[in-house]
Design a protein around this ligand. Structure first.
Ligand SMILES: *Cc1c(COP(=O)(O)O)cnc(C)c1O
Length: 401
């Protein structure tokens, strides 16, 4: 029997049929005029969504390559930086800095909690003199715990202290509010397979003027990830080496679908769906992992029932109910279930997720009434999305994908 999967991991996300179809188009010359037009359109659309007039560069790599590029292009050997870590992706920035000989002072925040602007202010106040930290690095959305760090307020603190702000918004951009220019984010990284709903293969890196000044001074080794080369190539409508042409074409289609919906509506949809998801999980007596005040609009992490290993729950969801969710990373392996709701996700997808969750919990002898999570989630969703009066007859309200 054909059983479609409900792919609910926090990336790769569900790729709409139109985007899949775009990725099946014939290849084009990556040095020709068609590709140059594609690059120009992609860049413009991404600048719109990322709210920046600055450079947006497209690297053929996963998001981690973008993180590496952010470090290698703006810092120098022995530079001191402040690295705020509230999850597994913070650890990745630590590893990259270490590999490049950057003197990263890490500040750990308890998992499930956000990096608070006051903490950033306090830590920056300790950085004085000629060896003071040059940059602050952190995640916007920490995908491993489902925490959205208050980037707007953090950026304000970093701007006051006049340091470089390097942000991994790989899973935040396109799902959470992000104003690169207004907030003053110098380097921001995201990736095609997260909220952009395209296949994996493209890292997207924005560079402010301040970031380019830092690039001029930076002495860290860089070749494939030399962003100066990407900027020069972009002026000719190309990339320094052969790009993942197919993914570039697919991403353009994703961005077209996103532009149809509009950024504001996209962000509202993520907020409403994430709130509904949290209410559904709590309705079946499961504990949310992240501090509710900083809950991610892109992914929700929760604890399995007592005496149930999260890995077993995840296996039952997959094998018996075709629902693919993620587990805890690093220290949280076996302790967390993470359900993704970023990109092209609808409330209907989440109702399907909750159907599977309710059935799986039953299999683990949990006291769950049919529809308990679903109705709580739907109620929260209805409250959040009301009371938009219907202006069109129901029959013309088409499906989005
Ligand atoms: C997914 C993710 C990464 C890693 O991206 P890859 O494309 O797997 O290299 C890094 N940081 C965050 C916050 C992520 O969500």
């Amino acid at each position: 029997m054909y059983r479609p999967q409900n792919l609910r991991i926090p990336g790769p996300t569900v790729v709409p049929q139109a985007v899949l179809a775009a990725s099946a188009r014939p290849l084009i010359n990556h040095r020709g005029p068609e590709f140059a037009a594609l690059m120009a359109a992609l860049t413009r659309a991404l600048q719109d969504f990322l709210r920046t007039q600055g450079d947006v560069l497209l690297l053929t790599s996963s998001g981690s390559g973008g993180m590496e590029a952010a470090v290698a292009n703006t810092l120098s050997s022995g530079d001191r930086v402040l690295l705020f870590v509230n999850g597994a992706f913070g650890e990745r920035f630590v590893a990259i800095c270490k590999a490049y000989g950057v003197d990263a002072r890490r500040i750990d925040v308890p998992l499930g909690r956000a990096v608070e602007p006051d903490l950033v202010r306090e830590e920056l106040a300790k950085e004085k003199g000629k060896d003071a930290a040059k940059a602050v690095l952190l995640q916007h959305n920490e995908t491993s715990t489902g925490v959205l760090n208050p980037l707007r307020e953090i950026a304000e603190v970093v701007r006051e202290a006049d340091r470089l702000l390097i942000v991994d918004s790989i899973s935040g951009a396109g799902a959470a509010e992000l104003e690169i220019d207004e907030w003053g984010v110098d380097v921001c990284v995201t990736a095609s397979q997260k909220a952009w709903g395209a296949p994996p293969g493209i890292a997207i890196v924005s560079m402010s003027e301040r970031a380019w000044k830092a690039y001029e001074r930076s002495d860290l080794p860089k070749a494939y990830f030399d962003l100066g080369a990407y900027k020069a190539a972009l002026e000719k409508g190309a990339t320094p080496a052969t790009p993942a042409v197919t993914v570039f074409i697919a991403l353009q289609e994703s961005l077209r679908l996103m532009a149809e919906e509009g950024l504001e509506a996209i962000l509202r949809r993520h907020q409403n769906i994430s709130r509904a998801t949290r209410r559904g999980i709590q309705a079946v007596s499961l504990a949310l992992f992240a501090d509710e005040a900083h809950a991610s609009p892109a992914v929700t992490a929760f604890r399995p029932p007592t005496r149930v290993d999260a890995r077993n729950l995840i296996r039952v969801l997959r094998d018996d109910y075709d629902t693919i969710v993620a587990g805890g990373q690093g220290k949280l392996d076996g302790q967390l279930v993470r359900v993704g709701h970023m990109g092209f996700v609808t409330m209907t997808d989440m109702v399907a997720f909750f159907s599977a969750l309710e059935l799986a919990l039953k299999d683990f002898n949990q006291p769950v009434e049919p529809g308990q999570a679903i109705s709580a989630a739907l109620r929260a969703y209805a409250e959040a999305s009301a009371p938009a009066p219907r202006t069109r007859p129901a029959a013309t309200v088409g499906s989005r994908r």
